[in-house]
Design a protein around this ligand. Structure first.
Ligand SMILES: CCCCCCCCCCCCCCCCCCCCCCCC(=O)SCCNC(=O)CCNC(=O)[C@H](O)C(C)(C)COP(=O)(O)OP(=O)(O)OC[C@H]1O[C@@H](n2cnc3c(N)ncnc32)[C@H](O)[C@@H]1OP(=O)(O)O
Ligand SMILES: Cc1cc2nc3c(=O)[nH]c(=O)nc-3n(C[C@H](O)[C@H](O)[C@H](O)COP(=O)(O)OP(=O)(O)OC[C@H]3O[C@@H](n4cnc5c(N)ncnc54)[C@H](O)[C@@H]3O)c2cc1C
Length: 672
C-alpha cells in the first residue's frame, strides 16, 4: 500500500464518531468552531508561514516575529476578533512573541494587583497596545526565591516617589520575555523600603523606554540575554536584562491592592492576603497546564501518523509490518496519547477552579487560595515534565527521521522544554505541594476536615487501620481479574490509598525531627514523590469525573474510557514500587493490571489515527512532514531535503578552500 493510501485505510477502521470527539476535545461546539475558523485563517495566510524558522539567523528571526505579531494584531482589530478568537489565533500562529508577556502577564498583574484607580489608568493603554509591558521578576541571582530578590524600591516622601535601584550585578533583572528589545513598560518586582524599614517584595509599574523614540529612559540599561536552546524555537523572544540606577517613579505606580503606601511612607495592609502578589503566577500556571495538552497532542499526532506509515521487518509477502503494530511501540505511544486527553480534561477542570477562586477573591473569600496554589503549582509541574519527556519520546518513536527539523519535533521540544523551568522550577513547585499536603495531614488530628482535592486524606485513618493486613492481601479486595481494574471506584481507591499512605508515612518521618524545617530539607526527595502521587491522583480522578458526564457521539465514551484506563494503568505500572511498598495492591493485582493494559492497547489500535485526527490540527500548525494528514511522507521528505540551502549548489562553499586541497594531498600521498 502506498503512503497516501495508508491513513485513509486506517481511518476506515475507526469505531467512533470523530466529529463528536473533536467537540469533546475542544470543550464545546462553540469552542470547536472558533478554533477551527482561526486555524484555517492562519493556515491560509502566507504572512504566517513558519517553515523556514530553523534556518533564520537571530536578527532575521526576531524581525520576522515582530512582523508576524504586529500583523496578527492588525488582523485582530480589522476582523474585530473577540478575546477568545484572538487567543486561538495566537495559538495557531505558533510563535512565542513579546505579545505573550504583554497579554499573559503584564495585563493580568495590573488586573490582579492594581487598585481600581490604577486599573482605570493603565489597562486602557495596555488594551490598545499604546504601551507594551512585560513581567520583570526574576534576577540574575534569584529566580525561584522570590523573597530573595535584591532590586529595591525606596520611598522618598519629599518627592512622593519611589527610587528603583539595582544595588548589585546579581540584582539585574534577567529573563523577562519582551524586555530585551520591545517593552515600553514593566511590572518590576522589588523590595519595598519605607522610612528605613523593609516590607517584602511588591510590584511596581515602571516605564523603561521612551514612547517617542524607544530609547531607554535615564538610569535604565536594557538588552537581550542572548541565544537560547535550539534553532528558531524560543529565540523569537527577546528575553532581557535590565538594571536601574536610582530610577524615580511616582508613588501611585506601586501596585497597591495588597498594601498601600501613604504619602508619609506609612504602610497600610488591606484585607487581601499577601500571597495575592503571587497571583499572576497562579493564573499563568493554570494556562500552562492547558497548553501542555496542546504540545503533547501535537507530538503524539505526528508520532502516531508516522508510526502507521512507517514499516519495518516482518516481511513474508513483501509488505513489512507497520511499526504501530509492534506492542513495544504501542506501549510507548498509547500512554502518551492517553496523557494528551488526560491533561486536556484536567486543564479544563483547573480553569474552572481558577475561575471559582477568582470569584471568591472578589467577594473577599480567600479560603480556597492555598488549594488553588497547590493545584496550579503541582499540575503545572506534573504536566510540563511529562510533556517535555513525551515530545522527546515521540522523536525517538519516529526513528532517525524524527531527528530531522522537517519532523517538527526538534523545534517543538526546544520551544517547550523551558516550560519545566519558567513560571516556577518544577521541583520547587512540587515542594510547595508537599508543604500543603504535610500541613493538611498535620491538621487531621485537630478534626479539621480536608476538602476539595485533599478530601481523600480525611479517610486516611481508615486506610491506616488496615495496615497490618495490607502486607499480604492488599486493601482492594475486589480485584481478582484483569477486567476488575476497569471499575472507576477501584482505580480511584488504588490511587487515593497510594497517595494517602505516602503522605502519612512522610508526615510520620517528619515528626521524628526536632526542627520541622530540617526534616523537610532532609526528606525533600521523598516529599516530592508524595506530591507527584497526589497530582497524579488529581489527573486520574478528573478523567474519571469526565466519564461521568453525558458524552454524545457514537463510541466516543468508550474510546475515552479506554484512554482513561490506559493513563491510570500505565502510571500504576511505572510507579509500581509505590503501590506495592505502601501495600495498596498485591503483586498478583499488579500483574492483572498489566494484562488489562495490553488488552486496552489492542482496543485503541484501530482507532489510533482517528483519535489524533480528533485534535483537528492543520498541517500548518503541525509543521511536520512526518505528521501530514495525507500520510504522503516519503515524497515530501525527499522534496524537503532539496530545499536546504546546502543544496542550492552542487559544490558547497569551501570546496576549493578545504575539500579540494585535502583530496589532492591524499592523491599525492598515495602516489608516494
Ligand atoms: C503573535 C500573535 C500575536 C497576537 C496578539 C494578541 C494575542 C492575544 C492573546 C494572548 C494570549 C497570551 C497567552 C500567554 C500565556 C503566557 C505565556 C507565558 C510564557 C512564560 C513566561 C514565563 C514567565 C516567568 O517565568 S515569570 C517568573 C516566575 N517565577 C516563579 O514562578 C518563581 C517561583 N517561586 C515562587 O513562586 C515562590 O517564591 C515560592 C512559591 C517558591 C515561595 O517560596 P517561599 O517559601 O519563599 O514562600 P513565601 O514567599 O514565604 O510564601 C509562603 C506562603 O505563600 C504561599 N504561596 C506561595 N506562592 C503562592 C501563590 N502563587 N499563590 C498563593 N499562595 C502562595 C505558600 O503556600 C505559603 O503559604 P503558607 O500558608 O504560609 O504555607
Ligand atoms: C524561557 C524562559 C522565559 C522566562 N520568562 C520570564 C519572565 O518573563 N519573567 C520573569 O520574571 N522570569 C522569567 N523566567 C525566569 C524563570 O521564571 C526562572 O528561571 C524560574 O523561576 C527558575 O528560577 P531559577 O532560574 O532561579 O532556577 P534556580 O532556582 O536557580 O534552580 C536551579 C536548580 O536548583 C533547584 N532548586 C532551587 N531551589 C530549590 C529548593 N528550595 N529546593 C530544592 N531544589 C531547589 C531547582 O530545582 C533547579 O534544579 C524565564 C525563564 C525561562 C527559561
Amino acid at each position: 500500500m502506498e503512503g497516501v493510501d495508508i491513513l485513509p485505510h486506517e481511518r476506515s477502521k475507526t469505531q467512533f464518531d470523530v466529529d463528536a470527539m473533536k467537540i469533546v476535545w475542544a470543550g464545546s461546539r462553540h469552542a470547536f468552531e472558533v478554533s477551527d475558523r482561526m486555524a484555517r485563517l492562519v493556515a491560509s495566510d502566507p504572512a504566517f508561514q513558519k517553515d523556514n524558522r530553523s534556518r533564520l539567523g537571530r536578527k532575521e528571526l526576531f524581525k520576522n516575529t515582530l512582523r508576524k505579531a504586529t500583523y496578527a494584531w492588525k488582523r485582530i482589530l480589522e476582523l474585530r476578533l473577540t478575546e477568545e478568537e484572538a487567543g486561538r489565533l495566537r495559538f495557531f500562529v505558533d510563535e512565542p512573541a513579546f505579545t505573550d508577556l504583554h497579554w499573559g502577564m503584564f495585563v493580568p498583574a495590573i488586573k490582579g494587583q492594581g487598585t481600581e484607580e490604577q486599573q482605570q489608568k493603565w489597562l486602557p493603554l495596555a488594551y490598545k497596545m499604546q504601551i507594551i509591558g512585560c513581567y520583570a521578576q526574576t534576577e540574575l541571582g534569584h529566580g525561584s526565591n522570590v523573597q530573595g530578590l535584591e532590586t529595591t524600591a525606596t520611598f522618598d516622601p519629599d518627592k512622593d516617589e519611589f527610587v528603583i535601584h539595582s544595588p548589585t550585578l546579581t540584582s539585574s533583572k534577567w529573563w523577562p520575555g519582551g524586555l530585551g528589545k520591545v517593552s515600553t513598560h514593566a511590572v518590576v518586582y522589588a523590595r519595598l523600603i519605607t522610612n528605613g524599614e523593609e516590607h517584602g517584595v511588591h510590584g511596581f509599574i515602571v516605564q523603561l523606554r521612551s514612547l517617542d523614540d524607544h530609547m531607554p529612559l535615564p538610569g535604565i540599561t536594557i538588552g537581550d540575554i542572548g541565544m537560547k536552546f535550539g534553532n528558531g524555537a524560543y529565540n523569537t523572544m527577546d528575553n532581557g536584562v535590565l538594571t536601574f540606577d536610582h530610577v524615580r517613579i511616582p508613588r501611585n505606580q506601586m501596585l497597591m491592592r495588597v498594601l498601600q503606601v501613604t504619602s508619609e511612607g506609612k504602610c497600610v495592609q488591606s484585607n487581601v492576603p499577601r500571597q495575592l502578589i503571587y497571583g499572576t503566577m497562579v493564573f499563568v500556571r493554570q494556562t500552562i497546564v492547558a497548553d501542555a495538552s496542546s504540545a503533547l497532542s501535537r507530538a503524539v499526532c505526528i508520532a502516531t501518523r508516522y508510526s502507521a506509515v512507517r514499516r519495518q521487518f516482518g516481511s513474508q509477502d513483501g509488505v513489512e509490518t507497520q511499526v504501530i503494530d509492534y506492542k513495544t511501540q504501542q506501549n510507548r505511544l498509547f500512554p502518551l496519547l492517553a496523557s494528551a486527553y488526560a491533561f486536556r480534561f484536567v486543564g479544563e477542570w483547573l480553569k474552572w477552579l481558577y475561575t471559582d477562586v477568582t470569584q471568591r477573591l472578589q467577594a473577599n473569600d480567600f479560603s480556597t487560595l492555598p488549594e488553588a496554589h497547590a493545584c496550579t503549582a503541582g499540575l503545572k509541574s506534573l504536566t510540563t515534565t511529562a510533556t517535555a519527556d513525551a515530545i522527546e519520546e515521540c522523536r525517538k518513536l519516529c526513528g532517525g527521521h524524527g531527528y530531522l527539523c522537517a519532523s517538527g519535533l526538534p523545534e517543538l521540544f526546544a520551544v517547550y522544554v523551558p516550560a519545566c523551568t519558567y513560571e516556577g522550577d518544577n521541583v520547587v513547585l512540587l515542594l510547595q505541594v508537599a508543604r500543603f499536603l504535610m500541613k493538611t495531614v498535620s491538621q487531621l488530628g485537630s478534626g479539621k476536615k480536608p476538602i476539595g482535592t485533599t478530601a481523600y486524606l480525611g479517610r486516611v485513618q481508615d486506610l491506616m487501620q488496615c495496615r497490618c493486613e495490607v502486607q499480604t492481601v492488599g486493601i482492594i479486595y475486589s480485584i481478582n481479574a484483569a477486567e476488575d481494574w476497569l471499575k472507576p471506584s477501584v482505580m480511584l481507591e488504588a490511587f487515593e490509598a497510594r497517595s494517602a499512605r505516602m503522605c502519612v508515612a512522610r508526615a510520620q518521618n517528619l515528626g521524628k525531627f526536632a526542627n520541622p524545617e530540617d526534616g523537610f530539607a532532609e526528606l525533600s526527595a521523598d516529599l516530592v514523590e508524595a506530591a507527584v502521587a497526589h497530582c497524579q491522583l488529581i489527573v486520574v480522578s478528573k478523567f474519571l469525573d469526565k466519564l461521568q458526564q453525558d458524552i454524545p457521539g457514537n463510541g466516543v465514551k468508550q474510546q475515552l474510557q479506554n484512554l482513561c484506563y490506559i493513563y491510570a494503568l500505565n502510571l500504576l505500572h511505572k510507579h509500581l514500587g509505590d503501590f506495592l511498598s505502601t501495600g495498596c495492591i498485591t503483586p498478583k493485582q499488579a500483574s492483572l493490571a498489566n494484562d488489562q493494559l495490553r488488552s486496552l492497547y489492542s482496543q485503541v489500535r484501530p482507532n489510533a489515527i482517528a483519535l489524533v485526527d480528533a485534535f483537528n490540527y492543520t498541517d500548518h500548525y503541525l509543521g511536520s512532514v512526518l505528521g501530514r494528514y495525507d500520510g504522503n511522507v516519503y515524497p515530501k521528505l525527499y522534496e524537503e531535503a532539496w530545499k536546504d540551502p546546502l543544496n542550492d549548489s552542487v559544490l558547497p562553499d569551501g570546496y576549493n578552500e578545504y575539500i579540494r586541497p585535502l583530496l589532492k594531498q591524499q592523491l599525492h600521498n598515495s602516489r608516494l
